[in-house]
Design a binder for this molecule. Sequence first.
Ligand SMILES: [Zn+2]
Length: 436
Amino acid sequence: MYIKIKINSFNFHLGGLSMENLSVKELAAKLVGFKTVSTGENHCSVVEMAEWITNYLRPLGFTVKLFDYENHGKKNVNLLASIGGDTMPKLAFAGHMDTVGAGKWSGSDSNPNIPWELQLKDDRYYGLGIADMKCFLAIAIKAAEIISTEKLIHPFTLCFTGDEEVGCLGAKKLAEKIKKISDYVVIGEPTSNTPIYMHKGYMYLGINVGIKNSTGKDNPVHASNPTTSTNVIERVLPIVIGELSNIKSRLETICDERFKPFYPYPSMNIGGEFSIGRNDKEKTKQSKNIIPLGFYMSCEIRPLSGQDTNSLRALVRRVLNEALSNIKCQKPNESIELKVDFVRAPTLPMETPIASPIIKASSEISGKNPEAVVFNTEGGIFNRGGSETVIWGPSDISQAHVNNESVPQKILDDPFYVDQYLKLIRQFCCEGGKYV
Ligand SMILES: [Zn+2]
């Protein structure tokens, strides 16, 4: 039985400001209630959610700044909320406000499980984005609320972004305005409470190949006469796949043992998506009696720390260009066109020195050794700006991007999680702190 979580907030007034006081569970219910899907054609902004968080934090003494940017003509925002002075923050809790799409959520007509309502069933809280990563945002806001009543020696900040699920766009836009957000950063992505000091990057390449004739007319060519045009599937596709496989083999000669037990090489997935046609419009128009004149395929690469995503794309482009220049087309007036582009901007790999205070402190508090993972986050962007980042969040990565996303009840109900992050703030920002 799914039980909807009610928000029993009470408002009180302080110096003309209206203050709300919510539990972690109620904060999470509030955040899940905002539709912040950033993927797909009907993507939403996080503006409304960021404004609500602003109104929650300002009465607590936080200086909140919203940084506008545009994504496909729609306004979106990143949020920075600081307390404890105007100097460079010592510690930031960071996370993304957006989610992936809802997919298929189960339940029944009489007892529906609704993506945008936090619901409890069998010791688990359900809601879209609750694991990735609104549970952490709720815990971080609660920790911020408590620390606002204590004396800070160094500023503490919350950094909440938009559009992480579409290539960390929000964090990249923020980095254009603010190079460094804080000396140390905790990103609360799902890691089952294990501190992560290193992860791979992410590249999503689109490869388009098309046959062009010199007349510029690319009318469909009937297959009853195979000499009329070059069949791109027959002549070009095997070469493209062969060359990509060669690149994959070359990449697999580079190993970083620290990623074990995960795949310790840069991984490459060839042709995760595939369609016939020189462009999107043609995809649905192809039929069995038409000579295929083009195809599109995607290719995903997860580079290791230290590998440059632009150089890797240039390598794919150069190798394919060279191989395709040797293909003889059916007709002298035909040529092969190749495009290799990022479908969305790449995500940088991240590595923070294992001896960094933020890795040490999160490891001591959680009682877990730091590890490496193969998923990617905004951490590489923050580190490039001069921060040292740990990925350390309460929920489980197996719950990210799934239908009926959920977290164990204790994550929102047990004060353990707020307490551990509070400990960290006190160690870095408060008098007598170990890393002050
Ligand atoms: Zn996430």
